[in-house]
Design a protein around this ligand. Sequence first.
Ligand code: DON
Length: 341
Amino acid sequence: MKPLKKTLQHIFIAVALASGSSVSQAETMLDPSRIKMALQTAYHKYKNIKEGANANYIPILAKVDSNIFGITLVTTDGKVYSIGDTTSEVSIQSISKVFTMARVIEESGTKSISDNMGVDATGQAFNSIVAIEQYKGEEMNPMVNPGAITATSMIKGANTDAVWKTIIDTYSDFAGRKLSIDKEVYKSEAETNQRNRALAMLMHAYGRLQGDAIEATDIYTRQCSVSVNTTDLANMAATLANGGTNPVSGKKVVNSDNIDEILAVMATAGLYDDSGQWLYRTGLPAKSGVGGGILAVSPNKFGIAAISPPLDAAGNSIRAQRAITDISNALGGNPYKVIPK
Ligand code: DON
């Protein structure tokens, strides 16, 4: 935007605010020029940061280009803003857990989650055996691996193919385009997921997981291998922010009544051990994945996502955390923000 035009726009906003005109503060904060400025500022601030390292316990993730860095924000009125690399795809990994949870609630209600694996933070790593042992498979949540594999096992379907179709169709509707598996990621994780199989067997032993634990782990491994870019993730977040209807495609994906509980679990456990720190800085329900993606939801306002593979010690993308924090705070995205009368 030309400097004069921008200045005039800012004057307009200031006058509108001062005069108490019909331009609400939320609308002003989500003005297109403000959003573009926030994205540009964060992107250039963090573009050259080299901290952290790709996940390597799934061997193929270590080979993903560490320089990928992109950000997309989608407003609940369906406007899409992007900067950086928004075409490179990474595996969705743990971010998938949110959308499997959404489908389970759609099919079986919110109580099925609180009854089956719980909605509490574990205080342990996302693949902790101790977290299962301490409460015999209860008092955890669907964002950690044992809860997530149990949630996957709860998706209804006559056979494995039918369950998988429900999962990938749900993710695709959230993203607004047909998503698919990265077969190399699936193969790499399937060859090395002995720990997840152990978690699933233990959940089965405690009667939390019904059906075949190894088959549930395999479907969970497929869901983690789904390939996404920042636009896909931001659309998925924006669908939650918009009450379950994709704001770009207009398709209703899940019932609006179920969104509160999904966001509550994301806020409690979306960034694992660092969920409290994240909430303290942003107030946003969010979810990270070891592929380097993070998405976050500003209810009724926007969904935002960033991808950058290098992770911190807790397993969360460093650049994605910083960029989303800055952008959301610049745009008034924190739902806990109280605006004095
Ligand atoms: O099951 C796993 O270990 C991976 N497929 C997903 C873990 C993950 O993304 C944790 N994220 N921060």
